[in-house]
Design a protein around this ligand. Sequence first.
Ligand code: CUA
Length: 320
Amino acid sequence: MRRTASIAALLLGALALAAPAFAVPGGIAPVQPESPNADAINDAYWIVLAVTGVIFALVETALIVFAIRYRRGTRPRDQEAPQIHGHGRLELIWTVIPVFILAGIASVVFWKLPVIQDVPSAQAAPNRLEIHVIGHQFYWEFRYPGGAVSYDELLVPVDRVVHLTVDAPDVDVIHSWWIPPLGGKIDAIPGKTNYTWFRARREGVFLGQCAEYCGLQHASMLARARVVSESAWQRELRGSQTTLGKSTFDNVCAKCHNLEGPQLIGPNLKGNSVLADREQLRNIVENGRGKMPAVGAGWTDAQLDALFEYASKEIAAGGS
Ligand code: CUA
């Protein structure tokens, strides 16, 4: 009776642990891949899961069967089991089989790796788009050909190879770029340049998150890729430059500063005189101060001007 109760308790416990994993949309499946490199990651995941799943089922079944079939029963507690130490053939078998299994799993991963890792060359994808992704405490900066800039939201055309050059300013820390539907993680490291790529199959917004703990506001370092048609891309990117100042404030400053009301990490900014003085503003965003990181390290004058324009008019002056 007590045994039945403890078995039931164990099963319930296992179910309770597994339930959250199955409850989320898609269950234990990775997010729906939307790019060839994400497809390859997805394939590798399912193949490895299938192999390890079969092994898990075999081992657990054997464990349960043996536990029941060979339970002690009336045998004395100190009775020894047959000793098989030095059984060469047996030891060989249980070494060689796992070696083959691991070699099989490794082969699958190496077979998929080129698609995941290798950026299609400029020859293979003549109209590929080059975008510079920069990880900052605590936002993502994107630089497009022709000088356009955006923060936190990467705007890209559908069905085109996008080649990402990923790094971080020398004064910053390590971040990790990751939009799961569009491929694997790649670290944004000060002083080192990494590369990755994707080709989004459909239009939509794909969400991601900085995947390397990088400080107080790591959890707010969200990223998203918005995929639009080729013609909309040109138009929207150009249009977004006219509101770059507001976008800078919302995505860069507002991670740590409220305008008014309860204070976030830094002081509230409504009416702040630093925002009304271009030189002071430049100094603080380029160099940081106290707990504030150098959020504007590497910015162009145009980027600083955009923020200054917006902040001096809309925030320092106390306007809406
Ligand atoms: Cu950037 Cu975590």
